[in-house]
Design a protein around this ligand. Sequence first.
Ligand code: ZN
Length: 307
Amino acid sequence: MRIGIDLGGTSAAVGLVDENYNVLYKTSVSTNDCKTEKALTEKLINCVHDLIALSGVSLDAVDSIGIGSPGSIDIENGVVLSAGNLPLFNTPIAKILEDEFHKKVYLDNDANCAAWGEFHAGAAKEYNSAVMITLGTGIGGGIIIEGKLIHGKDNRAGEIGHIVVDIHGKRCACGRIGCWETLASTRALIERVKAEVANVPYSVLGNVVAENNGVVDGKTLFVAMKRGCKVAKSIFADYIELLGVGVLNVIEVLRPDIIIIGGGISKEGDTLVKPLVDYIGETSTIIQTSQLNDNAGIIGAALLYLQ
Ligand SMILES: [Zn+2]
């Protein structure tokens, strides 16, 4: 059995994964309230202890621990260099966990872990090459070619959210102009919905937002579309083009067997994928949504030992 940790800016999920790559037990903790490295690493350690207690499985039965972290990492030395809003700076997270649990600890970035999980146990398990595109606050990417995770120099390969698709576009968090994630992330879609609702408040979309106390999230647009809203359909048609252009670029460069779309919005399934496939047109690359959803990162982290 293996333990996988999916570390995120809001919460961390920790799961116990069996030999058939199923998550037997999982638990989670918030991470956005941790102000120091010590507070965060202690919380993770306690969460792993809680998982072991919850499962009733002995720690002796655990062969290794894997952790997927956001941000910039040094895989070889098991060090998180920086991790977005988390208080981790040059943190030897693998050593900290090894000292506590006396198990081998593997580290990779969160997007690579999600791709690795889908590759072994989810949408891509029948294929040799896969790219996972995770739509969220930004756009994450994990690339597997002929069975190998592609890390690149300084482990910075796969940052597909930062391919530039509009040189006259908006400034990205990375400093460049017109990165794909400024247009096609779930956050970008939500911003567009907010702007349209401010522009055209008397629409079905506006009603959906009002019913939700003014809150716009990744589901808002899809709820309005199901009610036949023309404004929502028009936003969605634009969004599919913005998403599609990046997916096309990925296909042209890597020609994987499959592209897996992940992130909360991927739960829309065919509503999202069918128009995307239509936009892409004739191609041998299959496009599907995530099969493992929230478990992809846990399973991928637990299976990092397979590399
Ligand atoms: Zn960028």
